[in-house]
Ligand binder design. Structure first.
Ligand code: APR
Length: 178
């Protein structure tokens, strides 16, 4: 679908680390030093350059780590991308509404990508894995935020969904925005 800002939003069923895009967004943790899920896959396939760049960031501007909802760019290493934008999603809470923090991950990642001059940005379903965010709500927040916030030079935003459940939830979230 095309947003009112002229940005194409697409869904892809597959592995984020095999995408070709200017920016691949990592669902990181605040340490920026790797983890499981998407984070682990990006560091595995992207190689040690990415971790080295993350360590640089920790040693310079992010001594205490990256805060939830923030985003920062590094090299993409061996990935077929120019940059990886790392963002830290909120952990799901049934007692506290952290939706604004999840929206901030998409908004800040798009802001950093646009500043870099990226035209294509590939996102995972942030927080919906280890961080336990329900997929239907995570998809709704992701799709709504990207439709509102993605502006040129970004031309295409791709949600890369790792399994059928995620893909179906994003499909219905996208349909609800039409
Ligand atoms: N490609 C695309 N999507 C993937 C991939 C992949 N290779 N691997 C996992 N996913 C999906 C998961 O199925 C989930 O839907 O990405 C979504 C996010 O899951 P996680 O990677 O677990 O990320 P998150 O829930 O944000 O938790 C972040 O997990 O990996 C650690 O270091 C990371 O501590 C941080 C936490």
């Amino acid at each position: 679908m095309r947003t009112s800002h002229g940005v194409t939003v697409r869904l892809v069923r597959g592995d984020l680390t095999r995408q070709t895009a200017d920016v691949i967004v990592n669902a990181a943790n605040s340490s920026l030093l790797g983890g499981g899920g998407v984070d682990g896959a990006i560091h595995r396939r992207g190689g040690p350059e990415i971790l080295a760049a993350c360590r640089e960031l920790r040693a310079s501007h992010y001594g205490k780590g990256l805060r939830t909802g923030q985003a920062v760019a590094t090299t993409a290493g061996a990935l077929d991308a120019r940059w990886v934008v790392h963002t830290v999603g909120p952990v799901w809470s049934s007692v506290e509404d952290r939706s604004a923090l999840l929206a901030s991950c998409y908004r800040e990642s798009l802001r950093v990508a646009a500043e870099l001059g990226a035209r294509t940005v590939a996102f995972p379903a942030i927080s919906t894995g280890i961080y336990g965010w329900p997929l239907d709500d995570g998809a709704r927040i992701a799709v709504r935020t990207v439709i509102e916030e993605a502006v040129p030079p970004v031309e295409e935003v791709r949600f890369v969904l790792f399994d059928d459940h995620a893909y179906v939830e994003f499909e219905s979230a996208l349909a609800a925005q039409r």
